[in-house]
Design a protein around this ligand. Structure first.
Ligand SMILES: NC(=O)c1ccc[n+]([C@@H]2O[C@H](COP(=O)([O-])OP(=O)(O)OC[C@H]3O[C@@H](n4cnc5c(N)ncnc54)[C@H](OP(=O)(O)O)[C@@H]3O)[C@@H](O)[C@H]2O)c1
Length: 320
């Protein structure tokens, strides 16, 4: 598939993953439109219809979502369900009504996997149980979109594919403690402790759960490759195939950030699903995707970005 001049919409294209994907697609020559929430609220069917009419896309990547870490998911289960469900529902149904999409790429989440699924998480095990309760409303809303995409392919010939990236991290991530995922949360704690001279950091849970992390530029490349080469209703994991416990992750981040103090685990806070590691065979076999950025290198870049962006923000506020 050649991208030169291809009318492409990336919903959520101003977000963390979206902005990296947009850069990747523009670099390949695509003519990319990024609808912002203030102009096109995708929870509103009429706004989604207007988006298709205004942008006349040939390809649409659906990334827009209400996302967050365990704390944000637990505080907003209704909102996470409704907004993710409504956005997906309208994006897929309006794609059918619009009728000119050559490809629709839907980005799902590992939060859709059953809480007790065997490791590695295989795409075919997606339906073998209920997701871990802390993120189930988000995970189920996203899982339902897979069914919708498959049903629309059968009944209306909609060429929709569905990808499931591992937990993402990298420069540009959300570092707000109210909504951040585990890597930015731990980086912020360690870097802030070094700067303030604090001798301890407090982390959620007991550190034993494991997660798999995919660097954001790897994820964007995987999504582009899938759009170019994959055309099948079966969902596909995007990951590295490596898992690390949160305890080991924190030690690594503390080391890279130069934090030498004590780590206190707070078991009253939830740790989420016990283990997550993806089976990455399908992405490799079907569209040749392999992650390239090792975790240590990705963490180093993310910590450096966090430090620089904070310094830049501090300089701006000094000038005001
Ligand atoms: N982050 C991860 O670790 C991770 C892992 C696996 C999968 N994913 C998936 O990857 C996708 C992107 O995640 P992200 O972390 O990049 O999220 P993000 O930074 O929070 O970006 C989400 C984007 O969605 C847009 N959006 C939210 N509600 C909207 C609405 N009602 N109407 C229009 N746009 C709306 C926002 O647009 P505005 O900027 O205009 O408000 C925002 O740019 C999501 O589908 C997520 O489920 C993420």
């Amino acid at each position: 598939m050649a991208w030169q001049g291809v009318a492409t919409v990336v919903t959520g294209g101003a977000g963390f993953l979206g902005s990296v994907l947009v850069a990747e697609l523009r670099h390949a020559g695509a003519a990319v439109v990024v609808p912002r929430r203030e102009d096109y609220d995708l929870t509103d069917a009429a706004a989604v219809r207007r988006l298709y009419a205004d942008a006349s896309p040939t390809v649409l990547f659906h990334l827009a979502a209400r996302v967050g870490g365990i704390g944000a998911n637990r505080a907003n289960p209704g909102r996470f369900f409704y907004e993710n469900m409504a956005m997906g529902l309208h994006v897929v149904e309006q794609a059918r009504q619009y009728g000119h999409l050559r490809k629709l790429i839907i980005v799902g989440t590992t939060c859709s996997y059953p809480g007790e699924a065997p490791i590695p998480l295989r795409e075919d095990d997606l339906w073998d149980g209920y997701p871990e309760p802390t993120n189930a409303p988000y995970g189920i809303a996203k899982r339902a979109l897979l069914v919708m995409a498959q049903a629309y392919r059968v009944q209306y010939g909609l060429d929709a594919i569905y990808l499931i990236p591992a937990n993402l991290y990298g420069p540009g991530d959300d570092f707000d403690p109210e909504s951040s995922h585990v890597i930015p949360a731990l980086i912020k704690k360690c870097v802030d402790a070094v700067e303030s001279g604090a001798d301890q950091v407090v982390a959620w849970g007991d550190g034993s759960p494991t997660r798999e992390f995919l660097y954001v530029t790897d994820a964007a490349r995987g999504i582009r490759l899938a759009a170019e080469r994959y055309d099948d209703p079966a969902p596909v994991n995007l990951g590295t195939g490596h898992e690390i416990s949160i305890r080991e992750l924190l030690l690594l981040i503390a080391d890279l950030a130069g934090f030498r103090g004590r780590v206190v685990w707070d078991p009253s806070r939830p740790g989420g699903q016990r283990r997550r590691r993806l089976d990455i065979t399908r992405a490799r076999e079907r569209f040749g995707f392999e992650a390239e950025v090792p975790l240590v290198e990705g963490l180093r870049r993310t910590i450096a970005w966090y430090r620089t962006s904070r310094e830049a923000r501090a300089r701006v506020s000094e000038w005001r």
